[in-house]
Design a protein around this ligand. Structure first.
Ligand code: NAP
Length: 243
């Protein structure tokens, strides 16, 4: 077992999903102490018990959750977490005209407003200590337009804007922020859309493995304190071979 993140206190959202699970496994192997968050209690608690982590079952878009979050953190770790990984996310694929305002608002709430609120909850403690790391999991759809991605792209472009402001504001504070930007990843996020049966989507075999994203998160976190990895862009390379 590596010890690169030994004792590092990490809050990870979306831990029950494909990418989140892989991140949890990778950073737990490196010694991180984790608070894992998700809505589905059973898989979350199973994951937490496997890695000696704390589980927090909840919906990150709920006002009650956000309101209570700073106290939850304080009860667990008096000085607060060292790292926040904003990984939870919701995806939708629908033409513009079929994207209802409820869906639009839902995606903004999960993918943009919730990370904003969780960052706000973690920042004061981090700034007071002069150290801390915020990781925001974005998407290629937060940089490039794809048909059917109106709501998702709006949320991920927004999150990238928020991230870039954060990077500028954190300069000189000792804190760091990393944007992780994968192309399509083979996770349950695609289950509703049958990517293997559609011409307009990458097949699962052409997608990244969740472990590739987890390695990127680990890489950013494991850097010496004097090194800030502000952005990691990861794209699938389906025809790739190991050198
Ligand atoms: N898969 C891709 O192709 C891809 C590509 C680029 C970027 N990303 C990004 O990577 C991140 C992880 O995606 P994934 O592929 O791992 O998706 P996933 O397998 O569908 O997992 C999504 C995770 O988000 C959590 N979540 C969703 N809404 C929530 C809410 N309201 N409150 C609390 N937790 C909530 C889910 O928890 P519960 O299920 O327990 O509710 C689940 O753990 C997302 O930010 C996504 O946008 C994914």
């Amino acid at each position: 077992m590596g010890a690169e993140l030994s004792g590092v206190k990490v809050v990870l959202t979306g831990a029950t999903g494909g990418v989140g699970r892989a991140v949890a496994e990778r950073i737990a192997r490196a010694g991180a102490e984790m608070l894992v968050i998700g809505r589905r209690a059973e898989p979350l608690e199973e994951l937490a018990s496997r890695h000696g982590a704390r589980a927090l079952v909840g919906d990150i878009t709920e006002r009650r959750f956000v309101h209570r979050f700073p106290d939850t953190l304080k009860e667990l770790w008096d000085a607060g977490p060292d790292v926040l990984v904003n990984n939870a996310g919701l995806f939708e694929l629908a033409p513009f005209g079929e994207t209802g305002s409820e869906i639009f608002e839902r995606l903004l709430a999960v993918n943009l407003r919730a990370p904003f609120e969780l960052i706000r909850a973690c920042l004061p403690g981090m700034l007071a200590r002069g150290s801390g790391h915020i990781v925001n999991v974005g998407s290629v759809a937060g940089r490039k337009a794809f048909p059917g991605n109106a709501a998702y792209s709006a949320s991920k472009f927004g999150l990238r804007g928020l991230h870039e402001v954060l990077v500028e504001e954190l300069r000189g504070t000792g804190l760091r922020a990393t944007w992780i930007e994968p192309s399509a990843v083979d996770t349950p996020l695609w289950d509703r859309f049958d990517p293997d049966g559609r011409e307009d989507l990458p097949s699962r075999a052409e997608m990244l493995e969740p472990g590739a994203v987890a390695e990127a998160v680990f890489f950013a976190l494991a850097q010496p304190a004097g090194v800030a990895v502000e952005e990691i862009v990861i794209r699938a390379n389906p025809a790739g071979r190991r050198i």
